[in-house]
Design a protein around this ligand. Structure first.
Ligand code: C5P
Length: 402
């Protein structure tokens, strides 16, 4: 793997493990360029980090020579990924709040690359309300975490807070570089623990006769990613899925259906639920009276195929007696996306509508550009992988419940 990581070594006793990390990454063909924070340089030296990485080590934001050779903006973008190991409570707090007062934090603000944090701190600091809040914010922003692990700590206590081992961090880095955005080694409080979530995904299939059906191009990728993201945040997820060709996330209870009527029945029996995210591309109509026998080819074709309107699952659950507290619909449109989404919010009776423009490569593709429409306004996510979009949406959902 011919890649480059910008490794920020923070001020923690685990900094020595980051020197091993440079070696482990090099063995996997991943080069490291190091930023050593002031705290980090109390634990390891620039000489060691530079010797191991074979590259100049950056330490000070206001070093005129460094800025002239490679400014902090360029530095922040010169790598394929930024890894922060050890990520101290201080770095997490600054990153979560956009504080940029040294080279490391300025770089974190300026980067357009994915960021992986490997936290390392005393168990009480890790479990403190402030750190957990900051971690939640960073996760909702789409940042990645590996560890911390549970075990004996340098401070003599036992618990979560030990930095993940170099091999484990290197595995996470490799996975992210390969485009796997599902990694999440974060242990600790799960903000949606105790909440039930119902997610629909994929297309529905409406039979015309025993061999033919009406359906659409939905791949199920976005809905499956949302189910996985909610599960990772601790929710108890039921995923009601139409026919798709992808694997279900291990954390979800999967209910497979074909028709819209079956999807509605499965959703109703999954209630009560705190959250309902209606991602499925439900067929609006079904052929009236399915033929028991294969319809024979007739010269000149079939003059008409009568269609009946399908039940609207989203509208039905939005007005159900045991309506989930947070009901989120999707509005896949090819034109006037926002106008349609706003209209849908009231028509369907849901709390949020996630608008997406499906005129391009969204259906079946791996990316999505979502706009979250609520009665308070809109929030536009940038174009993201469906996994990242799901993480962000799940982060917003968890904020709603805290
Ligand atoms: O009306 P439209 O199909 O554009 O609405 C899209 C939203 O409604 C999506 O959240 C979709 O899952 C949901 N829907 C539904 N049942 C239908 C049609 C759409 O739940 N019959």
């Amino acid at each position: 793997m011919n890649k480059r990581v910008l490794l920020i070594i923070g001020g923690g006793i685990a900094a020595y493990k980051s020197l091993f990390l440079i070696r482990v990454l090099a063995r996997r063909g991943i080069a490291s360029r190091v930023i050593l924070t002031k705290g980090g340089s109390e634990f390891v030296t620039a000489l060691s980090a530079g010797g191991l990485s074979g590259e100049k080590v950056f330490t000070d934001l206001f070093d005129l020579t460094d800025e002239a050779e490679m400014g902090h903006i360029e530095l922040s973008r010169s790598a394929d990924l930024v890894a922060v190991a050890p990520a101290t409570a201080d770095i997490l707090a600054k990153a979560a709040h956009g504080i940029a007062n040294d080279l490391a934090t300025t770089t974190l603000q300026a980067t357009d690359k994915r960021v992986l944090f490997a936290p390392s701190m005393n168990v009480r600091m890790w479990e403190s309300a402030a750190t957990q809040r900051n971690v939640k914010t960073l996760k909702a922003d789409g940042q990645f975490f590996v560890g911390p692990d549970e075990g004996d700590m340098a401070c003599g206590e036992f618990g979560f807070g030990r930095m993940a081992e170099p091999e484990q961090i290197a595995n996470a880095i490799e996975k992210i570089l390969k485009g796997d955005t599902t990694i999440d080694g974060l242990r600790g409080p799960k903000p949606l623990k105790g909440k039930r979530a119902l997610v629909t995904a994929g297309p529905t299939r409406e039979p015309i006769d025993p061999v033919r059906y009406l359906s659409n191009h939905s791949s199920g990728k976005q809905g499956y990613a949302i189910a996985a993201a909610l599960g990772r945040l601790g929710a108890d997820v039921t995923l009601v899925s139409g026919p798709v060709a992808i694997d279900a996330p291990a954390c979800a209870n999967l209910v497979k259906v074909e028709t819209t009527q079956e999807m509605l029945t499965a959703c109703e029996s999954a209630l009560p639920s705190d959250i309902f995210v209606s991602v499925a591309a439900v067929a609006d109509w079904r052929p009236e009276g399915r033929s028991d026998k294969k319809i024979k080819k007739a010269k000149g074709g079939i003059s008409s195929l009568a269609l009946t309107e399908n039940p609207d699952i989203l509208a039905t659950l939005s007005t159900a007696k045991n309506r989930p507290e947070l009901v989120i619909g999707f509005a896949a449109e090819t034109n006037d996306v926002l106008d349609h989404a706003r209209a849908k919010l009231s028509k369907k009776g849901c709390d949020w509508i996630v608008a997406n423009d499906v005129s391009g490569d969204v259906m079946g593709g791996d990316h999505n550009s979502l706009i979250i429409v609520t009665d308070k306004g809109e929030e536009t996510f940038p174009r993201l992988t469906k996994q990242d979009a799901a993480r962000r949406l799940a982060g917003k959902i968890s904020e709603h419940f805290t």
